[in-house]
Ligand binder design. Structure first.
Ligand code: GLU
Length: 490
């Protein structure tokens, strides 16, 4: 059966959905699926819906729901309300609807009750294993007409005939599916009456009017099972698009449980939502040479034809590169807003926004790959006291520089204006007098005022630090040199 045609049919309003099982954090694989669903819907002026597949009652938690929603919000993936639901629908609250569909399937004969016990099923599996075949239920209960009042425990199975529609034209993978005979009559409701995932998922997708199911490739075998359900209910199935897997740079499968690849962890590590969204969109999707784009641009150009067929590797270097771009280009107001918690953490107190702070951030944004890195680089400005990096201090703050440094400090103290324009000639004059290259004077000053041998340009850095703090730190460096000298340091 081909369902791929729907994709080109402009007349059908697009409805996509992301259907996470709330059993943990939102990792980048899930976030990417959500993003592709969102972008496809937005591109087609359609609807993007959410629902929680929480039928695994033991592993599903409300906390995880919150984490998932929070991660989506943070990324800027907004969703539409599902008609008839105030909140994001949960499968656990839709039991009566699934029972209704089950009853219809039983009534029409598309499904039947099965009393085969575990021992018999295990026997079938063992026999299949020995014969080197896939374990398929043999249909023993098919024609037994087991009624609802049967005293034995029974499950409900969907009848999968040889001609059942188990193949489809996948919008990404192309011709897909497996033979109906490889599936067998599978269980749609357990012995306790609860529906299994395939039933709940198909009923929900139908009820929510989903036109395009975009999900991970690991769900492909589900599609073969779900298509016959649509057919049994006389429903039009949606189009299916299965997104290739994500793998680590080493080629190994990216494990869902790896905390390191959760959206929350990227957030904590100081990546902007713009960077993470940009990064995950490029995992398996492309549009010409486009590397850097925002949410709106993505929605504008997103097409399923841009999704590749093979697994995509998650390269952290790429994320750092993308992140650097976003740090450089974000409007200052937004930069401050995003950086604020990292600055507060670095300073150990709430940091006030100010023109001076913004001057500093303008310098640092050119040289930071994450908010964490940027906040650390701002440390010398945030704190009144700095610690000298021992190695840098040993190298740059030697006895020989004490004279020029002392003179520089005196000349700087005489400045009435503290700007790059006044600092520059003051430095040059002292350097020339001592026949020093500018760097030979600038580098000790840098270590003195920042603590480490890296910072933006020395004049900009001094200007933003301010006269008083700069002089005080150069003074402290001179004391350090004197103390070291008296201890007989080199
Ligand atoms: N609940 C499934 C998951 O979290 C998604 C199934 C689907 O998209 O159909 O992996």
């Amino acid at each position: 059966m081909s369902t791929g045609g729907l994709l080109e049919c402009a007349a059908v309003p697009v409805v996509t959905r992301y259907a996470p099982s709330p059993t943990g954090a939102l990792h980048i694989g899930g976030a990417r699926t959500a993003l592709f669903c969102w972008a496809y819907a937005r591109h087609h002026d359609g609807q993007f819906l959410l629902r929680f597949e929480d039928t695994d009652r033991e592993r599903s938690t409300l906390e995880s729901e919150t984490v998932v929603l929070e991660a989506l919000r943070w990324l800027g993936i907004d969703w539409d309300a599902v008609p008839g639901f105030e909140d994001v629908p949960r499968q656990s609250e839709r039991g009566p609807r699934y029972e209704e569909v089950l009853a219809k399937l039983l009534e029409s004969g598309a499904a039947y009750r099965c009393v085969c016990d575990d021992a018999r099923l295990e026997h079938l599996r063992e026999r299949a294993r020995q014969g080197g075949q896939a374990a398929v239920y043999d249909g023993a209960c098919r024609e037994r007409g087991i009624a609802a009042d049967c005293a034995e425990p029974f499950c409900v199975r969907l009848r999968i005939d040889a001609h059942a529609p188990t193949r489809w034209d996948d919008a990404i993978a192309g011709a897909s599916g497996q033979d109906a005979s490889d599936l067998g009559d599978y269980v749609v409701a357990r012995t306790d009456g609860t529906p299994i995932y395939h039933l709940a998922c198909s009923v929900d997708d139908h009820d929510m009017g989903v036109t395009h199911v975009i999900r991970g490739r690991e769900h492909m075998s589900s599609t073969s099972r779900q298509l016959p359900l649509y057919s049994a209910m006389g429903w039009q199935p949606p189009a299916f698009a299965h997104v290739p897997l994500l793998v680590e740079a080493s080629g190994k499968k990216l494990s869902k449980r790896q905390d390191a690849v959760s959206v929350q962890s990227y957030r904590e590590r100081g990546f902007s939502p713009q960077a993470v969204l940009n990064f995950i969109a490029r995992l398996g999707w492309g549009h010409g040479d486009l590397e850097l784009f925002d949410r709106e641009q993505l929605a504008e150009v997103f097409e399923m034809s841009g999704v590749g067929h093979s697994a995509s590797q998650v390269h952290e270097d790429k994320l750092l590169w993308i992140s650097q771009h976003w740090i450089k280009t974000l409007p200052m107001d937004e930069l401050v807003e995003q950086l604020q918690p990292f600055l507060d953490a670095e300073a150990g107190r709430p940091v006030e926004d100010s023109a001076e702070l913004r001057k500093l951030l303008d310098l640092l944004r050119e040289r930071s790959k994450t908010w964490v890195e940027m906040a650390a680089q701002a440390g010398f400005w945030l704190r009144d006291e700095i610690e000298l990096d021992p190695k840098a201090a040993r190298k740059q703050l030697k006895a020989g520089i004490a004279g020029p440094l002392g003179e520089l400090r005196a000349a700087l103290a005489d400045l009435t204006e503290w700007t790059e324009e006044t600092l520059d000639p003051t430095f040059h004059a002292v350097a020339e007098k001592h026949d020093l290259k500018l760097g030979k004077l600038a580098q000790p000053v840098r270590v003195a005022i920042v603590g480490v041998p890296q910072s933006p340009g020395i004049f900009e850095t001094l200007a933003v630090l301010g006269k008083q703090r700069s002089l005080q730190r150069i003074g402290a460096a001179l004391e350090y040199i004197a103390a070291r000298d008296s201890e007989g340091g080199d």
